[in-house]
Ligand binder design. Structure first.
Ligand code: ZN
Length: 458
């Protein structure tokens, strides 16, 4: 995307929520050369900068853009296609892997990722932590749509250690290619898929190279009971699948995070996705290693995996962001809905005295996500010096009124459809229904066409 720097501009709205500090009534954000230069009451900013043009969002809230720190953009076109298998996670993974390998071309995957990026932009997402099997698709989608993000290139699914060396070399080749075209906005990391699909030998190689090269790492971890049963040697359906496919794998006899710790990968302070089934000892290991968590409450619920102990994560001081997971397992990219669900599910689980408030939920969706990706110095809140990654959310609908508490109105009464403007590094990428530079008609036609082909391939 061609970068056109906006001149200095004052954005004002009925509410400005910096997230790192309390909401400001009738507030403003001054943006210059892609960065935030001042945040405060609109009247004071107008007085200090009388010649700067003002862009007013009446009846709206301006807040930092949402950070979706666990997504799989390339899978967007599979939305709704595997819902009949949500109750059987192993069968779900097998069908997903088969469809990805057999029924989708490189062009399909590229457009799928692009459609996912577009959906995110329209929902106020300014930054993704995206995992790609075909890493280039998500990487290109993020770059061409102007988004910020980290693309985590995924490993092969081979728990058998015999191929660890060659899998490692293949991954490093892919990473090298992606790194050559990294930008300020879009970075590259690695994703060993999970404790049960990556061999201990490969984990050790990846831990070493990540420590040396400073790669960002993300791993699906402690996601389900089946995973914990497999690792602790108690059998379960993953063990049956391994047997069925003749996979040679010896259970380590410990729980998921304990196992990851033993491979050395926790020393890279990875971003751990899900952690639905993390117990107190695993939470301690996450805390002590400085690892972070991508909390995916809707995906966990959709699979029936349960409610992750979010309150315990936050009480322990772990940096937690929100992830939608893929559109196959959500099925929408709506960070306000995700934040609402996170708050409600945590209140249902009520595992501790930490009662999630709307302000906590908004923080998870913004600054928490930036921290989870290690990008908090440059984005995630409205503060002078940070990139102008921000959104305007309309609160004008009668169903949102009256706005007695703006944080509550956003978390408990609003959704992605209320987002009216998305800005990344000062560039307005979405406004009033239109995405800058995106051919939405073409993408709509492509999603429909690929979808009908996939249904035939089931
Ligand atoms: Zn995932």
């Amino acid at each position: 995307m061609r970068r056109v720097l906006e001149p200095m501009k004052l954005l004002t709205a009925d509410h400005v929520l910096p997230v790192s500090s309390p909401p400001i009534g009738d507030g403003g954000v001054l943006v210059s050369e892609g960065r935030i230069t001042a945040v405060g009451p609109a009247a004071a900013l107008r007085e200090d900068f009388p010649d700067v043009p003002e862009d007013r969002f009446p009846g709206s809230a301006i807040l930092p853009g949402f950070v979706n720190c666990h997504s799989h953009l390339e899978l967007t076109v599979l939305r709704g296609l595997l819902d009949d298998l949500d109750h059987d996670f192993a069968a779900w993974l097998i069908r997903l892997t088969r469809l990805r390998a057999e029924a989708l071309s490189d062009e399909d995957i590229a457009d799928s990722a692009l459609a996912g990026a577009l959906e995110g932009l329209k929902a106020g997402v300014t930054c993704f932590g995206d995992i790609g099997r075909w890493g280039r698709a998500g990487f290109t989608a993020l770059k061409s749509s102007g988004l910020r993000g980290v693309l985590f290139q995924e490993t092969e699914f081979l728990p058998d250690g015999a191929t660890a060396e060659s899998d490692f070399i293949a991954l490093m080749e892919k990473i090298g290619g992606l790194r050559e075209t990294e930008t300020d906005r879009v970075r590259v990391g690695i994703s060993p898929h999970s404790p049960y699909t990556v061999s201990p030998a490969l984990f050790e190689l990846l831990a070493e190279v990540s420590r040396k090269e400073g790669f960002k790492v993300t791993i699906h971890a402690a996601e389900s009971d089946a995973e914990q049963e497999l690792l602790t040697g108690k059998g379960g359906f993953f063990a049956e699948i391994f047997e069925q496919y003749g996979v040679r794998w010896t259970p380590p006899g410990v729980r998921s995070i304990e196992y990851l710790s033993s491979t050395g990968i926790l020393e890279t302070a990875p971003l751990l996705a899900h952690c639905t089934k993390a117990d107190e000892n695993e939470i301690r290991l996450i805390t002590e290693s400085g690892s972070k968590i991508a909390h995916c409450p809707k995906s966990n619920a959709k699979f029936g995996h349960g409610v992750a102990p979010l309150s315990r994560f936050l009480e322990s001081g772990i940096e937690v962001g929100l992830g939608t997971d893929s559109m196959v397992s959500n099925n929408v990219c709506d960070l306000l809905e995700e934040a609402r669900f996170a708050a409600l599910a945590a209140r249902i689980a009520s595992l501790s005295a930490f009662f999630i408030q709307p302000s906590d939920a908004l923080r998870l969706a913004t600054l928490g996500g930036a921290e989870a990706l290690g990008l908090e110095e440059g984005t995630g809140s409205l503060e002078p010096g940070k990139a102008a990654d921000l959104i305007a959310v309309s609160l004008r609908e009668v169903s949102r009124l009256p706005v007695n508490d703006v944080e509550s109105a956003l978390v408990f009464a609003s959704g992605a459809g209320d987002v009216e403007m998305t800005m990344v590094a000062g560039d307005i990428l979405y406004r009033d229904g239109f995405c800058a530079g995106a051919d939405e008609d073409r993408l709509r036609a492509r999603m429909t066409e690929i979808g009908s082909r996939l249904r035939e391939a089931l």
